[in-house]
Every structure is written in C-alpha cells, then in structure tokens.
Design a protein around this ligand. Structure first.
Ligand code: HEM
Length: 489
C-alpha cells in the first residue's frame, strides 16, 4: 500500500483496500442493477449506506462503484480537482457521442481551467446585480401566468412553470435573450431541454450502450432535441455577434456572459473557440434550469406542509415588500427565505450524488483506491444525521439562523451539507440561483395565498432522479391576495 499517494487533504495511512469493503451481492452480468430503484437510484445507494456504512462497493452492469458518504472525505475529493479527481468519464463520452459541444461542466484539466475562468467572468456580483431588472421582468411574467391560473381556479403544474421561469431567467442573464417561454404554450426551447436531461442520464446509467445498435423512440426524441437545441444556440450566438457588430463599445463592456465569451474567443491566443462558447451556452441552459426550478418546487412543497413556517416566510416578505416592488436591497433582507432554501437543499438536494473518478492512486478515508476508481459521492447522508443537524429529519429553516453567531453556525452546517458541491468546481451559479429563488418566492408570497402544493395522488411527493432529483407531478393552487391581505397576514 506504500505506492498510494495520499491526495493533500486525505488520510495518510490506508488500512483497507476496495476489495475489503462490504457491499450488496450482485448478479454476474447485471451486478446490483436489479436491486436498485430505477426511478430513484440515489435512494438505493443511500439505503445501502444504512446497511454497509459510509464506504462500500456496488456494481451497475460491468461498472464498479465505490460509494463514499462521509462529508469530510467527499469534501477532500471535491477539493482535489482537477489534478487528482475528475467527473466520471462516461458522462463526457456520452455527451460527445451525441455531438454536444463540451462546456465547463464536462471539460477537464487545462481546458476546464480556461473555460472556468471565462465563465466566472460572467457571474461576477456586479454583473448579476445589473441583471436584476431583467430578472424582475421574467418574474412579472411568471406572476401574470399564475394570476391567470388563480383567477380561473386552475391547478398549476408546478415544475413545468418553474422551468419556464428558470430558462427565461438564465437566457436573459447569460445570453441577453428574451426567450419568453413563460408567455407561450407553443414549442419552446425548454421542451427540448426537458428531453435531454432524462435521456442523457438514462444513457450514463445504462448497463449497455444499446443505442449504438437499436434506437428506441426516446433515443430518437433525444437526437431531435439535440438538433433543436443546437439550432437555438446558433441563434443566440448570431444575435450576440450582431449586437457586438452594431455597438463596438460593447466589446470593452459586454453585458452578458455570451457577449463576454464571444469577445474572449476572438482575442488572439485565447485558446477558446466557437465550440467552447456553444458548449457553455448549452451548459448554462442545462445546469441553470432543472436545478433551480426543482429546488423551488421542493421548497414550496415543504413550506405548504409546514403552515407556521410558511406564515413566517409570508410575514418576512410582507415586511420587506409592502408595495410589491422588486429590488436588490429588499432581496438582501430575505434571510428567512434564504434559510428555507438552505433547509430545502439539505433535505432535498437536487444533486444527491456526484460521480467522480480518480486520476491517481489515492487514499480516501482509510481506503487505498487505485487510479480510475469510480466514486459515487453520496451527498445527502451526513446532512440527515442527527449528530450534525439535531432532529435532522425535520424541516426547520430557523436552524440556519441559529442563535449566537449565525454566520458561524451556517458555515459549519455548510461544510456538512454541500448542495452546490465544493472545491474549485463548486457551482458557479449558486448566487444567481439563490437570487432567482428569493425573487420567485417574494413575488409568490406577496401576491398569492398558497392554498395547496401536492402530488396528484395526494401522497408524499416521490423523488425521481434524472440527473437532478425532482418531486414527481406537483400541482399548486393559488389565490390572489390584495395588498391589504398580505399586510394583514
Ligand atoms: C439550486 C440551484 C443549483 C444547484 C443545487 C446546483 C448544484 C450544482 C452542483 C452540485 C454542481 C457540481 C459541483 C461540484 O462538482 O462540486 C454544480 C455545477 C455547476 N453548476 Fe450548478 N447548481 C444550481 C444552479 C446553477 C445555475 C443557476 C447555474 C448557471 C446558470 C449553474 C451552473 C453550474 C455549472 C456551469 C457547473 C459546473 C462547474 C464546473 O464544473 O466547474 N448551476 N451545480
């Protein structure tokens, strides 16, 4: 075991090898596939943590995984990127095989470093602040859509509407495009994006690359969605180029991520080309859509089940927002809504696992793992442990506003619950996501009374994993408030 190099933050001495780890017994070809819940693979792995402890092995077809559930070991692995650890390679293979341009999520090594620098420039706080008026317009469109449904007494299909909101929001910020999916019931880009995530995930988790020999209707829909989304990206890029040509001053002060990326890609020796730009347009659309909208859906679901907490959130919004006007200072004051978001992401993280692969021999906790080991990072386990969060199963947003030093309490908790990942590849969209969530909640709670948020069968919302973990089939019923109504509540 001396040959194993402990990556910087990992334990130095290995006492076990992967072969020594426990794990569920599998079948010869399929491994543990048939023992897993196909709709919620993450839950099967989480259940196994209960049985085998935080480190164990399992197999999906011929792919061998090592599950790692301890938050300290996970954080160390996530920090050891890009040199010691990469995203699991199969996602990259499938992405490229579909003819999708690679962006910062897929890139590795030096290419990732270049892309990350380029993308981060678009997320600087001034930029995000400048974007607020556009985000407010998108939020107003969501308000109009929900006001129509409320006045007709209709149930709102929650997730599709929230996805329209997040697609419109990210298209505005990242591409300077008003795509207005919220105002249309026609064929919109969001419908194509919706097909991509589940189908990509299905391929990543598939035991065999069956689509190389036989394409099912879902595979044909995926390929068609790829064509449509690529066309839309070309249009975004052409529009941004036209704006840059019409107003050369924009070259020194680009107004959005896409303009900034195009300017960067044209600079000599940038190492960034049109494919990288297109890859990041796609990455923003995919990474910014499901994550934020599903977190919002889970948050509304949890709030609706906890009326006293919902009431406190309504009171906070009413105090900060007596006149219903959206602005930045007031968003900053929504501490309780932000705590609701953190608590939601602890209980219902939309990325409940992260797939990683070792680029060098590494000791993880006390286990020697060779280069190439595929790791299933179980992101939710420690966040649901009473030792880290008293009464961990309960939805209690106030725990993020703990008495004493709230900043310190929250930062200790954030080391255990890592819904945005950690280390150099931590989610670059996290502040934007929190801003979108606060904006949406402020609009919702100030303008409407939430009458119900529930699954169609009235039972607990099921978790479904298709890259992101979403609640299945939530419907929401709203009643419009009058300004006097919210002030009085
Ligand atoms: C509640 C909302 C969100 C959640 C929970 C979330 C979560 C995550 C997680 C877990 C990762 C992997 C981090 C890691 O490997 O350590 C990630 C990466 C990423 N996210 Fe987010 N995300 C959210 C919203 C967004 C938004 C709004 C955007 C952009 C518009 C975005 C863009 C990205 C990108 C580009 C990456 C890849 C970063 C890299 O590999 O360097 N995310 N996100």
């Amino acid at each position: 075991m001396e040959t194993f190099v402990a990556a910087r933050p990992l334990a130095k001495v290995a006492t076990r090898r992967i072969e020594d780890l426990p794990g569920p017994r599998g079948l010869p070809v399929l491994g543990n596939l048939l023992q897993m819940d196909r709709q919620a693979l993450h839950r099967s792995v989480e259940d196994w943590v209960g049985r085998y402890g935080p480190y164990f092995r399992f197999r999906v077809g011929s792919r061998k995984f090592v599950a790692v559930a301890g938050h300290a070991a996970l954080a160390a692995l996530l920090r050891d990127r890009p040199e010691g650890v990469r995203r699991a390679a199969k996602l990259e293979r499938i992405w490229l095989e579909l003819g999708l341009p690679p962006g910062v999520f897929i890139a590795e090594g030096d290419a990732w470093k270049r892309q990350r620098r380029m993308v981060m420039a678009g997320f600087d706080p001034t930029h995000v602040r400048d974007y607020l008026p556009s985000l407010a317009r998108v939020t107003e469109r969501l308000h109009a859509r929900w006001a129509r449904a409320a006045s007709r007494g209709e149930d709102i299909p929650l997730q599709p509407d929230l996805m329209r909101f997040t697609v419109d929001a990210i298209a505005g910020l990242a591409f300077g495009a008003e795509v207005k999916t919220l105002e249309s019931d026609e064929e919109v880009i969001q419908q194509h994006l919706d097909k991509m995530f589940p189908a990509l995930f299905g391929r990543v988790m598939s035991a065999l690359p069956y689509w190389r020999w036989w394409r099912r209707p879902a595979d044909r829909r995926l390929e068609q969605a790829v064509v449509e989304v690529k066309k839309a990206i070309e249009v975004f890029m052409a529009q941004a180029r036209a704006r840059l040509a019409a107003d050369p001053a924009l070259r020194s002060r680009p107004r959005n991520l896409l303009e900034a990326m195009l300017v960067a890609s044209e600079a000599e020796g940038s190492g960034v080309d049109d494919t990288d730009v297109a890859g990041n347009v796609l990455t923003m659309l995919l990474a910014g859509e499901d994550t934020t909208s599903n977190t919002l859906a889970w948050m509304l679901y949890l709030l609706a089940r906890h009326p006293a907490t919902l009431e406190r959130a309504v009171r906070e919004v009413a105090a900060a927002w007596p006149d219903f006007q959206l602005d930045h200072e007031r968003l900053d004051r929504l501490d309780f809504i932000e705590a609701c978001a953190h608590e939601t992401m602890r209980l219902k993280p939309v990325a409940p696992f992260i797939g990683l692969q070792l680029l060098r021999d590494t000791v993880v906790a006390d286990i020697a793992m060779p280069q190439g080991t595929i790791i299933w990072g179980v992101m939710r386990h420690d966040g649901l442990d009473d030792r880290h969060f008293p009464d961990a199963a309960a939805f209690r947003p106030e725990r993020w506003l703990a008495e004493g030093d709230p900043a310190q309490a929250a930062s200790a908790a954030k080391r255990v619950s890592m819904p945005f990942g950690a280390g150099p590849r931590v989610c670059p969209g996290r502040y934007l996501a929190l801003l979108e969530m606060k904006m949406c909640m402020a609009m919702l709670l100030s303008r409407f009374e939430v009458q119900s948020v529930a699954a169609a069968d009235g039972r607990d919302a099921r978790e479904q994993l298709q890259f992101t973990m979403s609640p299945v089939g939530l419907r929401m019923r709203l009643r419009e408030r009058t300004p006097a109504g919210v002030a009085a509540s």
